[in-house]
Ligand binder design. Structure first.
Ligand code: ZN
Length: 181
């Protein structure tokens, strides 16, 4: 297992903006990527990770909301969704989302409150379930990554431009510091 580098913007647009390929083979290679993602996510302190974020342009995401559980209502352990699709959604919800690929930005993004999901597991078995609350939002966030979308795309263009400008300025400032050090 290995901790993988998380691709970020600005810089890694090529991979993050690509539509990821469907997974057709459920073998050792897929399992290896999954193991690496499992090792990477806690180090990055995230609750979700899409394979393209760590350099694999395939339709697989890892969800880990295990910390949101209580004794009475335990949250599910970390799990993978392969080739996931959202069949239907209802209601609206939002919470301040962050993204490991867009460091330093937290912003509320409009989402569906409840969704119905179909996917496969790591062995290729079909899954179907409904999700609400934070689970619904993290799944919608991660699935966007598979289509080359970032949560910033769901903001108004004015808001998005402001954020991207700030990120570029911060990056240039950091680069300046490094150059002087
Ligand atoms: Zn993200």
């Amino acid at each position: 297992m290995a901790v993988l580098r998380i691709h970020t913007i600005p810089g890694d647009e090529e991979l993050l903006r690509r539509r990821a390929a469907e997974v057709k083979e459920f073998g050792a290679e897929l399992r290896k990527i999954a193991d690496d993602m499992l090792e990477t996510l806690p180090v990055a302190q995230g609750i979700g990770l899409a394979a393209p974020q760590v350099g694999h342009s395939i339709r697989m995401v890892l969800i880990d909301i295990s910390h949101t559980g209580t004794k009475e209502k335990p949250a599910p352990p970390p799990f993978f969704l392969v080739n996931p699709v959202i069949l239907e959604g209802e209601g609206t919800a939002s919470l301040a989302e962050g993204c490991l690929s867009v460091p330093g930005v937290r912003v509320e993004v409009p989402r569906k409150a409840k969704i119905r999901v179909e996917a496969q597991d790591l062995a290729g078995k079909q899954l179907a379930f409904e999700a609400g609350g934070i689970l619904s939002i993290v799944i919608q966030h991660e699935l966007d990554h598979l289509d080359g979308k970032l949560y910033l795309d769901r903001l108004s263009s004015l808001k998005r431009e402001r954020l991207l400008k700030r990120l570029r300025e911060e990056r240039d400032a950091a680069a300046g510091k490094t150059a002087r050090a």
